[in-house]
Design a protein around this ligand. Sequence first.
Ligand code: RIB
Length: 287
Amino acid sequence: MAKICFIGLAGNSVFLYADHFHREGETVSAHSFYNEPGGKGYNQAVAAARLGGACSFIGAFGKDDGAGLCVKYLQNEGIKPLPVYKDIPSAYACILTDSKGENRVTVYGGASALLNGEDIKSLEREIVSSDMLVLQNEVSIDANIAAVEIAEKNGIPVLINPAPAVGMETELLKRAYVITPNLHEAETLFGSDWEKGMKNAGIKRAVVTLGSKGAAVYEDGDITTIPPINTKVVDTTGAGDCFTAALAVMLCDGETLKNAAVFANKAASIAVSRPYAVAAMPKRKEI
Ligand code: RIB
């Protein structure tokens, strides 16, 4: 079983479902309320574990009940939690979903945003003993740089999901084995002609998720399109996380990037057909 180490933000998320998003100054009534732990790297760790990975999760938490719930959920999923504690509250996300399944997410980074390079160095052994390291952009750049340096030194491949794209350094992305931006993130980082931008930036490989249009695999300077799967969309929250996790598991299993992307596309199409994020992550036998 491939060992995958995830580093990321973790905290609780409140999901409110409403018919439509706010217009300026409007108060909207939600018709459903749900709470679950989350964060991009956190969701990815859960998805990868359900798909057959032996996963660990490094993240920073406040000394609060939210931290306890997040850690317990990981343990129940068979994931090894490696929490670092800070003196401010744990992260928290507010997720609004409309009747089309689209979302608007607001994240308070809290303790997760304080995860730093020294924290990562203190957990170096965990990265070194993994088959792959998976990062996003919800912890400090200092933490991500420290993690990439440890991985590089020890020949561990790094998958970076540059989400959110703001503040992500392309210098770091070109050190990754593969990156998994969505279209918006790819355009933010590399311009509207993102394929050319990636080439110029020296990106080795990428899988760009295109929402209802499937995905594009960028490898050896070429693009291959993975067609979308027709699904009734209930909630797109965490779909990109599911995709990244499935890709990581398949790559660790020795699959080609294209085959891994086909599998990840199927996994994400199941995730969007269900409500919420971690709760929606599929098990391997479902794909
Ligand atoms: O990708 C979805 C995730 O992004 C949510 O779980 C939320 O926590 C945000 O970090």
